[in-house]
Design a protein around this ligand. Structure first.
Ligand SMILES: [Zn+2]
Length: 190
């Protein structure tokens, strides 16, 4: 595990931003007409709502795909996932809600680690904990447009922040292209 200072550039389209697990056994839960069920429990009134979002993140060295997990996003958003889904009504798994989108462009201290992926030789960059280190910046124009096919050709972003810390590790890859694919669905099945 290491820490890096990075910015969420975007949430990856077509990926869910939360999932639901059983409050009894942590399996994935599904809603039926009678209530919520997993493989072992049924008719529970409510599951546990967990953030889990695939994002593109960038620091001044590189950009990559990262999966932000519940604790990290709870800290970034400032509200638990349940509040966003139940109280604020953002129930669509694939429509990233405004409170999450507001994190885009902010400098975030991320505790990350690599999870093994089922693809041989590859891994998933997982962000388990995070905290916002920079308040919302007034827009600098349109957000940077990053394409995942040219991760090493990006303009340097936020280079004025490059000296904020000497202890944080950079995102720069040892194996370019390794993180161009996400495996969120696989992560969810642990
Ligand atoms: Zn269960």
């Amino acid at each position: 595990m290491f820490t890096c200072e990075a910015t969420i550039v975007s949430f990856i389209k077509g990926k869910p931003w939360y999932y639901t697990t059983c409050t009894e056994c942590r399996r994935k839960m599904y809603k039926t007409n009678e209530g919520w069920l997993c493989g072992s429990h049924e008719n529970l009134p409510e599951p546990k709502f967990m953030y889990c979002a695939s994002t593109t993140i960038v620091d001044h060295t590189d950009s990559t795909t990262a999966t932000l997990f519940d604790e990290a996003l709870t800290s970034i958003v400032g509200q638990p996932c349940r509040d966003i889904v139940i109280q604020e009504g953002y129930t669509d798994h694939y429509q990233v809600p405004k409170p999450l989108l507001e994190a885009v462009g902010r400098l975030i201290s991320m505790h990350v680690r690599y999870l093994k992926s089922p693809m041989p030789g590859s891994s998933i960059l997982a962000v388990n904990r995070a905290s916002i280190t920079q308040p919302l910046v007034v827009t600098q124009g349109t957000p940077p447009s990053l394409t995942q096919t040219t991760p090493n050709g990006q303009k340097e972003l936020r280079s004025n922040q490059s000296a904020t810390s000497t202890t944080t590790r950079k995102l720069s890859f040892t194996e370019p292209g390794l993180f161009l694919t996400t495996y969120t669905t696989i992560v969810l099945q642990h």
